[in-house]
Design a protein around this ligand. Structure first.
Ligand SMILES: *[C@@H]1O[C@H](CO)[C@@H](O)[C@H](O)[C@H]1NC(C)=O
Ligand SMILES: *[C@@H]1O[C@H](CO)[C@@H](O)[C@H](O)[C@H]1NC(C)=O
Ligand SMILES: *[C@@H]1O[C@H](CO)[C@@H](O)[C@H](O)[C@H]1NC(C)=O
Ligand SMILES: CC(=O)N[C@H]1CO[C@H](CO)[C@@H](O)[C@@H]1O
Length: 456
C-alpha cells in the first residue's frame, strides 16, 4: 500500500480553522510553498545521558510561575493528583527541559489558561511569551518583541496590532472585545526573539521545547524520548516543513533545541535575533526563521515526526506507518481537547511504557467509528470525483462502492457531486446542523488495523 509522501499542511487544518478561512484566505496565497514532508522515522541515536536528580527545585524568579512548593504534589483540595501512580523517577529529566509557550494577546485567554490546570502542574520549568507583558494570576507573560528595532516596529505595518496593544494597555481593554486583528502578520517576528530570550533567561537547561498555546505535550513520553539524546551536541528536532529551500521544524507541532545548539547560536552571539529581523520580514512564518537561523549555523533539522505530530486526535491520519510510534505532541488542541487528553494521559501514562498512536486510536477514534455518520467530515483526501459533469447524480452508495473496490481504502466521505476516499482512518468532526456531508468507514478494514500488535 502506498501513501502520499508529501502533504500540504494548510488544507489539512481543522474544520474549526477552516471556519476562519475567509480571514486567512489572503494569507494562504503566500503560503503555498509550506509543505510538510512525511516519511519514516529517522532519529540520531546518541549516547546515554547521565541520570539527573529527580528532586524538584524551586524555580528561579524569572520562571513564569513561582511554584508554591518544592514537590509536584497537588494541593489536597484537588480531587486527584497528576500522575499519582507515577514515581518521581518516572518523571526523571523534567528538570532538564525548559518548555516555552508562544502565544498572542488576542488568543491567550482562549488557549492558555487550560494549561495552568493541566500541563503546567507537572512541568517544573517553563516560560510564556506573547506580544505584550502581562500577568494571568501568578503567571507572568513576557513580551517577545520588546527587543525588536523600535524604528522598524513603528514603520512596518505588520506591527500595527503590536503598537495598538501597547497603546491600549493603560486603558485595560481586552483586545478580543476590541476585535483587534493582525495576530498572524505579527506572529512571524516573535519566534527568534522568543528563542534568544528563553535561552538568556535559563542558559543551563539541557533542552528547550518551543510550542504554541494550542499544542499538547505528552510529558512522560517526551522525557523518555529524550533519554538517548545528547544535549551537548547541536541538535534541532521537529516535524519538517519547507519554505524557500529551508527545512524547518513546524512551530505548532513543536521544535526542540539542545543546549549545544543554543550555545552555538545564541551563546556565542547574544544579539543574534537582531540579525534576523529582515529575514523575519521576508519570511512566511516564524518557525521558518528559526530553521534559517540554525541552517546558517550549520545545524540541520533532525526529523522527529510522527512523534512530533501536527494534528489533534480526531484528524491524525491513522495507518501502519505511525501505529507503534510514541506520541510526543498534538496540535490544534482546543482547551477542551487539552483537558480530554490530560485526563487520558493521567490515567494511562505508566512508568516504562510510552503512549503510542495505537493507544490514541483505541481511546479517541475507534469507539467513534460506525458504519456511517450524517453531517460529518471524515477528512478523506483522495478525490474520486468532484463536481464532474454527469456525476451529480452519483450517490452515497456509489461512493461506498468506490472505496470497497480499492483495497487500500478504509473510509470515504460523500456530499452531492463529491466523493473522497482515504487509506487513513480519521475520526473527523461533526459539522454544523444542516450540512449534507456524510461519512462512512469500512469497519472490517479499520478493525484490521487494530490487529497489529506493537512490541512493548
Ligand atoms: C533600527 O532600524 C533603523 C532603520 O532600519 C536603523 O537605522 C537603526 O540603526 C536600527 N537601530 C538599531 C538599534 O539597530
Ligand atoms: C486509559 O484509561 C481509561 C480510564 O480513564 C481506561 O478505561 C482505558 O482502558 C485506558 N487505556 C489504556 C490504553 O490503557
Ligand atoms: C446521471 O446523469 C447523466 C446525465 O446528467 C445521465 O447520462 C446518467 O444516465 C445518469 N445516471 C444515472 C445512474 O441516473
Ligand atoms: C479536511 C478536509 O480536507 N475536509 C474536506 C472534506 O471534504 C469536503 C468536501 O469535499 C472538503 O470541502 C473538506 O475540505
Amino acid at each position: 500500500m502506498s501513501f502520499p509522501s508529501r502533504q500540504i499542511i494548510l488544507p489539512k487544518l481543522t474544520v474549526r480553522v477552516i471556519l476562519y478561512i475567509c480571514t486567512a484566505a489572503a494569507l494562504l496565497s503566500g503560503l503555498t510553498a509550506y509543505w510538510s514532508l512525511q516519511g519514516p522515522l529517522k532519529y540520531t541515536i546518541e549516547h546515554e545521558l547521565p541520570s539527573s536528580n529527580p528532586s524538584f527545585q524551586r524555580p528561579t524568579q524569572q520562571q513564569s510561575k513561582i511554584y508554591p512548593s518544592t514537590t509536584l504534589s497537588a494541593p489536597s483540595s484537588k480531587a486527584t493528583t497528576p500522575f499519582s501512580h507515577l514515581l518521581p523517577e518516572d518523571l526523571e529529566g523534567s528538570e532538564d527541559v525548559e518548555l516555552i509557550f508562544k502565544t498572542g494577546a488576542t488568543e491567550l485567554f482562549d488557549k492558555l489558561p487550560v494549561h495552568f490546570v493541566t500541563t503546567l502542574t507537572h512541568v517544573p520549568h517553563y516560560n510564556i511569551f506573547s506580544d505584550i507583558d502581562q500577568k494571568v494570576g501568578d503567571y507572568v507573560i513576557h513580551d517577545s518583541l520588546k527587543g525588536y528595532n523600535r524604528t522598524v516596529k513603528e514603520k512596518n505595518s505588520d506591527f500595527k496590532l503590536y503598537l495598538e496593544l501597547q497603546n491600549d494597555k493603560p486603558l485595560r481593554q481586552d483586545p478580543k472585545r476590541l476585535g483587534l486583528k493582525g495576530g498572524w502578520e505579527l506572529d512571524k517576528y516573535k519566534n527568534i526573539y522568543t528563542l534568544s530570550e528563553a535561552f538568556k533567561m535559563r542558559p543551563d537547561a539541557k533542552w528547550y521545547l518551543f510550542i504554541d498555546a494550542d499544542t499538547y505535550v505528552m510529558w512522560p513520553n517526551l522525557l523518555r524520548w529524550l533519554k538517548d539524546k545528547d544535549h551537548k551536541k547541536p541538535l534541532y528536532f521537529g516535524s519538517p516543513a519547507m519554505f524557500k529551500d529551508v527545512t524547518f521544524g513546524h512551530g505548532g507541532t513543536g521544535y526542540l533545541v539542545s543546549n549545544g545548539a543554543m550555545q552555538e547560536v545564541v551563546g556565542k552571539n547574544p544579539d543574534v535575533a537582531k540579525n534576523y529581523e529582515d529575514e523575519a520580514a521576508n519570511s512566511c512564518c516564524g518557525d521558518h526563521v528559526i530553521g534559517k537561523l540554525f541552517f546558517d549555523h550549520g545545524i540541520e533539522l533532525t526529523r522527529a515526526n510522527p512523534s512530533f505530530n501536527g494534528e489533534p486526535p480526531y484528524s491524525v491520519a491513522f495507518a501502519m506507518d505511525r501505529w507503534c510510534e510514541p506520541v510526543v505532541t498534538f496540535h490544534h488542541m482546543l482547551a477542551s481537547d487539552v483537558e480530554d487528553m490530560w485526563e487520558f494521559e493521567r490515567e494511562n501514562a505508566t512508568a516504562n511504557r510510552d503512549i503510542i498512536f495505537a493507544d490514541i486510536f483505541a481511546h479517541f477514534v475507534e469507539p467513534q467509528l460506525i458504519e456511517e455518520r450524517e453531517c460529518w467530515d471524515n477528512y478523506s483526501e483522495n478525490e474520486r470525483w468532484e463536481n464532474v459533469d454527469g456525476r451529480s447524480n452519483l450517490t452515497y452508495a456509489d461512493c461506498k462502492k468506490a472505496c470497497e473496490d480499492d483495497e487500500d481504502c478504509r473510509q470515504f466521505m460523500f456530499k452531492k457531486g463529491s466523493c473522497k476516499t482515504s487509506p487513513y482512518v480519521k475520526a473527523g468532526w461533526k459539522l454544523p446542523a444542516g450540512d449534507t456531508m456524510k461519512s462512512g468507514w469500512l469497519l472490517d478494514r479499520t478493525k484490521a488495523l487494530r490487529e497489529k500488535a506493537c512490541p512493548r
